[in-house]
Design a protein around this ligand. Structure first.
Ligand code: NAD
Length: 243
């Protein structure tokens, strides 16, 4: 086993011993499917920083630009497939039915792989929502080149994602927090640990006495909380943990 995967046996023991497991995933788990993270050095789109476009202010000022950015992301996502990291988490849920997957990802790759109990903290890129009445239109996004309007309100629709600076969907964070408090083990995969409130689940797990495993090629602000840090790509490490 490569030396940078030290800790695998210890991590397996924690998984075996745990009753309730919560997994928190970020953009890193989808990277091996070919979905770029926002913090990739080459992550510009048409010269724009995606983190500047994924904001309510950007949509307010330049709705057509932001719409095109999301069309681009949906197009890119329509051809990608779950990777062995997503698949391993499906196996983990079967092994440990008392399981919650909390994701910051908007790509729906966890559900595509077969994960069942998924909390989407940041919504998803396929559904649309009215900017006025909040009505949601499922799997609508890919159908339109230009911004569609709500049939009831005549207002613009927007991607049903949580942009930087916005509130999370009602109840999602509360459920994620409750499950984390009750968990024996939190596995944090592919998240930079700087986007709150999602990153706060690390502190909540720590304070409530849950064990923590972090899987990430790099150190993050959450690393200090982890009982075991597994340094490497999740598409390689997760299948070693859950063969
Ligand atoms: P991030 O872009 O801030 O950080 C990605 C993390 O993944 C980094 O810590 C990086 O070291 C790690 N990483 C890189 N390659 C990895 C690999 N192969 N295996 C495991 N980890 C790897 O992502 P974030 O923490 O999720 O926060 C960014 C926000 O952007 C989130 O709110 C999310 O909604 C959104 N986003 C989502 C997607 C998606 O749905 N796939 C993609 C980009 C951004």
């Amino acid at each position: 086993m490569p030396s940078n995967f030290q800790g695998i046996e210890e991590a397996r023991s924690l998984i075996n011993a745990a009753g309730k497991i919560v997994v928190l995933t970020g953009a890193g788990i989808s990277k091996e499917s070919g979905v770029p993270t926002f913090r990739d050095a080459d992550g510009l789109w048409e010269g724009y920083d995606p983190m500047q476009l994924a904001t309510p202010e950007a949509f307010h000022r330049h709705p057509e630009l932001v719409w095109r950015f999301y069309n681009h992301r949906r197009n890119a996502l329509s051809t990608v497939k779950p990777n062995p990291g997503h698949d391993a988490l499906v196996r983990l849920e079967k092994l440990k039915p008392n399981f919650t997957l909390v994701t910051q990802n908007v790509d729906r790759l966890h559900q595509g792989a077969g994960s069942q109990n998924v909390i989407e903290l940041h919504g998803n890129i396929w559904d649309m929502r009215c900017t006025q009445c909040e009505k949601t239109f499922e799997k609508f996004g890919q159908l339109y080149d230009t911004i569609p309007q709500c049939e009831d309100e005549g207002a613009m629709l927007r991607p049903s994602v949580v942009w930087f600076g916005e509130m999370l969907p009602p109840g999602a964070m509360e459920k994620a927090q409750e499950d984390t408090i009750q968990s024996d083990l939190l596995i944090i995969v592919g998240t930079s640990g700087v986007v709150y409130p999602a990153a706060g689940l690390g502190q909540i797990a720590h304070q409530s006495g849950s064990k923590i495993i972090e899987i990430n090629p790099d150190d993050t602000p959450l690393s200090d909380l982890a009982d075991i840090e597994l340094r490497g790509p999740s598409g390689e490490i997760l299948p070693l943990l859950i063969p």
